[in-house]
Design a protein around this ligand. Structure first.
Ligand SMILES: [Zn+2]
Length: 675
């Protein structure tokens, strides 16, 4: 999983739950899912499980949260005609004298209305009636939520099962699930989709996505179909959104040295997703805010999330942690291999800058006294993801490329389709390198300390850009020269655009040195100019002409900042700036359109005849028919101009109950601030 903000989830399987895997091994699940009243989130289905008894037991259970069962049938040695069972509303327990080494088959019908793990988007009539946009979807999020909320299964990730899903649904929709589509049967008003998996996985990786989609298919060098889904209206966004997908797939397969294990690789954007992306086996689901045009690409693209979820197909899906203690084996690896894929695309300098940023985040965490050991299951996402990636970077430097790659490959091959602990990985690297890694493990994995030098010194040695930035930052702090002189010297000595841009991210610089700001605005580097746009909210008159050119930059972040900067600094020319930007939507969250509407409404005499239309459009963006990112922007700007009226308030009330906890938290806080 890849989080946008720091968010910790952990699997805390209790002892009682984790014990069954010692006695019973579930092998296959064949499920047929049918939906009932979608506005009531009704799911029904029939599942057949095959399992093997490892130790004689008198009961076997299946996790099932508030599920109703019927027609339970058990086949196997010594099974009584009437199978005895108990549904305790958390699990279905089957009583029988199960014999060691025997195989059994359990079949049942079920129905439920899941509160989580399966999400129904826009099926309730109030949303459907309120607008013309129809974005009805159903999608899953198993990790951290438990698939057993909609599919009775084994929540313990140590039992890997081959899941074959068959789904019957309205024939106007696409249905996507793990594995290969082997048959599509058209009925009167429905289609039945048969998906086949050939290898087992933990149940948190079971995926289902239903919606209106088209897809583009490419093939990896190894022949794996790469299926890239998109909304029919987004055909022009396919290339920028999925840019580098095939290159990164080919790179990772080569770099990891173990062939991709699944039949195909599908990526599906969905509305109102809980995270940035989720690496369901062969079927990544990701937030549709990453569906972008080529202007958005420069500031906010899907490349990192794409690579991260893809890397998880090996690290997480092929080998899976036994428990949260070893969570870095998934997130640290996915973060590190995503970085390697990006290095392959964007070059070495990019790689080291990312590591530098990760080190800053770890430093902040350390200063806040929140740093923990990597093997602490309660660690933050920063630790699991960023420190995890750093540990792999340092380990590779220590043992060398060859031993590192050999160790990773042997680790994957030895444990594929099974569960892993940190020692499984370390021991393979020790074997491949001939090095004793005890001290390394003590310091980097078990220790909670943080020595900034351990991070920054190797970066200075590896990257001229970072070495230069650190030297110049030190000069700025230490030299007793006047600030203007120091800033001039920084600018003149910075040889790399990233270092020059870094100068303007410093608070002490803002608005101080017009001479340097002018030079920066005259540069044709998008990121330097963006850094200037972001550093000024009031534009000095002598920079006006140069600053105005920012409105033409191919960057939605720059345009938004510049529009506000100019509107705020030169009231007499507000109409000119608004006219210039009236047709720009911005990112998928409409970042520019929404600030534009707010500014148009509060400007003294900008198209007064359109005021109602602007207000209605801005208020409409708070409606549930839009994704939560758009709604959040609209709420913020309506609050900012004190114009959150009746409809806005109604939508805000509704937002407090949204399934995305960050958005509902935002809505609650905003509602409170208005009272
Ligand atoms: Zn992840």
């Amino acid at each position: 999983m890849k989080n946008i903000v720091l968010l910790l989830f952990l699997f805390t399987a209790s002892l009682g739950f984790s014990q069954q895997t010692d006695n019973v091994d579930f092998n296959t699940a064949k499920a047929h899912i049918v939906f009932g009243d979608l506005s009531k989130k009704e799911v029904t289905g029939t599942i057949t499980y095959e399992f093997e008894i490892l130790k004689a037991v008198d009961s076997v259970f299946i996790d099932a949260n508030k599920v109703v069962f019927s027609n339970i049938v058990l086949h196997g040695l010594g099974v009584q005609a009437d199978v005895e069972f108990h549904n305790d509303s958390n699990r279905l327990i089957i009583y029988n004298e199960f014999k060691k080494d025997e195989r059994y088959e359990l079949k049942f019908d079920y129905s439920t209305q899941p509160k989580k793990a399966l999400y129904f988007i826009d099926w309730d009539t109030s949303t459907a009636l309120s607008g013309t946009i129809s974005n009805k979807q159903i999608w899953t999020q198993g990790q951290g939520k438990y698939t057993s909320n909609w599919l009775p299964s084994i929540d313990d990730m140590n039992d890997k099962i081959e899941f074959d899903l068959t789904i019957t649904f309205d024939k106007d929709y696409e249905v996507i699930a793990n594995g290969k589509l082997t048959n599509k049967q058209i009925n009167d008003s429905t289609t039945t989709w048969h998906y086949d998996m050939q290898k087992p996985m933990s149940s948190y990786l079971v995926a289902l996505a239903i919606g209106k989609y088209d897809k583009k298919v490419e093939y990896s060098n190894s022949g794996i179909p790469l299926e890239m889904y998109y909304y029919p209206e987004d055909s022009l966004k396919v290339e920028p959104t999925y840019r580098y997908t095939k290159q990164m797939f080919d790179f990772l397969e080569e770099e990891i040295g173990v062939p991709y294990a699944w039949q195909n690789y599908k990526q599906v954007p969905v509305k109102d997703f809980l995270y940035a992306g989720m690496e369901n086996t062969s079927t990544t689901i990701f937030a549709d805010s990453f569906v972008i045009d080529s202007i958005a690409f420069v500031d906010k693209n899907y490349v990192n999330v794409n690579a991260h979820e893809l890397a998880h197909q090996w690290f997480g899906d092929l080998v899976t942690e036994t428990s949260g203690t070893h969570h870095w084996l998934q997130e640290g690896f996915a973060t590190y291999y995503a970085l390697l894929a990006e290095r392959h695309i964007f070059g070495d300098a990019y790689y080291y800058w990312q590591l530098y940023d990760y080190a800053q985040e770890l430093l902040e965490q350390h200063k806040a006294r929140q740093g923990t050991a990597l093997l602490n299951p309660k660690s933050s996402s920063t630790t699991f993801y960023k420190k995890g990636a750093w540990v792999l970077h340092v380990l590779r430097e220590k043992v060398g490329d060859e031993a590192f790659k050999k160790g990773v490959k042997n680790y994957l091959l030895k444990h594929q389709f099974k569960n892993v602990e940190t020692d499984d990985f370390i021991s393979e690297v020790e074997k491949a390198s001939g090095q004793d890694l005890t001290n390394f493990v003590n310091t980097w994995l078990e220790g909670s300390g943080f020595l900034y030098e351990d991070y920054i010194n190797p970066l200075k040695a590896a990257s001229k850009e970072i070495a230069q930035m650190i030297t110049l930052d030190d000069m700025l702090l230490v030299s007793s020269d006047g600030l203007d002189n120091k800033i001039n010297r920084y600018w003149e000595n910075a040889m790399y655009p990233r270092v020059k841009a870094h100068l303007f991210s410093k608070e002490m610089i803002a608005g101080v040195n017009h001479n340097i700001l002018k030079k920066a605005l005259k540069s044709n580097d998008l990121k330097i100019r963006q850094a200037v746009a972001l550093s000024l909210s009031k534009v000095p008159l002598e920079l006006k002409t140069d600053y105005e050119t920012l409105l033409e930059d191919q960057s939605y972040i720059t345009i938004k900042a510049a529009l506000f900067g100019l509107w705020n600094s030169f009231p007499e020319e507000q109409n000119k700036y608004l006219n210039q930007t009236k047709d720009i939507e911005g990112f998928n969250d409409k970042n520019i359109r929404i600030i534009w509407l707010a500014l148009a409404l509060v400007s003294d005499d900008y198209n007064p005849e359109n005021e109602t239309a602007y207000f209605n459009e801005l208020t409409d963006y708070t409606s549930p028919k839009y994704g939560f990112e758009i709604r959040e922007n609209a709420f913020k700007y309506l609050l900012w101009i004190s114009a959150c009226a009746e409809n806005c308030k109604e939508n805000l009330e509704q937002a407090t109950k949204h399934h995305n906890w960050r958005f509902s938290k935002f809505a609650k806080a905003m509602l409170k601030s208005m009272q």
